[in-house]
Design a protein. Structure first.
Length: 128
């Protein structure tokens, strides 16, 4: 079953590449992977990594839903693109903040103290 999914996703990757009139080398560069690894994804020999799947969305505007399921539009519309870029930036920054908070107790204390101060001053920070 896994091999079949890899082959289906590989066919979709090839479809995207051909639609964009790009070589395997060119698309590999855009997806921040090697040409040999991309060839393995496209042939179904290797499962696509989460990082490369995300880069398909970020760099090529490919719908992640379509890439995984084959359903819907191949390429995202403008509002989907904007939302994806905002969410990606947010999660990247949040992940970076959590990483540094975990590594450095002083940063963790400072961030949490600032957050508590904001909560106290602003009341509810997010509408539910």
């Amino acid at each position: 079953m896994k091999k079949k999914i890899n082959i289906e996703i590989g066919r979709r990757l090839k479809h995207v590449r051909e639609s964009l009139k790009m070589s395997q080398f060119q698309i590999a560069l855009r997806l921040y992977t090697t040409q040999s690894m991309y060839q393995k994804y496209e042939s179904g020999e290797s499962p696509i990594s989460i990082r490369v799947a995300a880069n398909c969305t970020l760099e090529l505007d490919v719908s992640l839903y379509w890439l995984i399921t084959g359903k819907g539009d191949v390429f995202m519309n403008r509002s989907d693109q904007l939302r994806t870029r905002i969410e990606t930036t947010y999660f990247k920054e949040a992940g970076e903040l959590l990483y540094y908070m975990e590594k450095n107790p002083l940063i963790r204390h400072s961030v949490l103290a600032h957050f508590q101060k904001l909560k106290k001053e602003q009341g509810v920070l997010v509408d539910e």
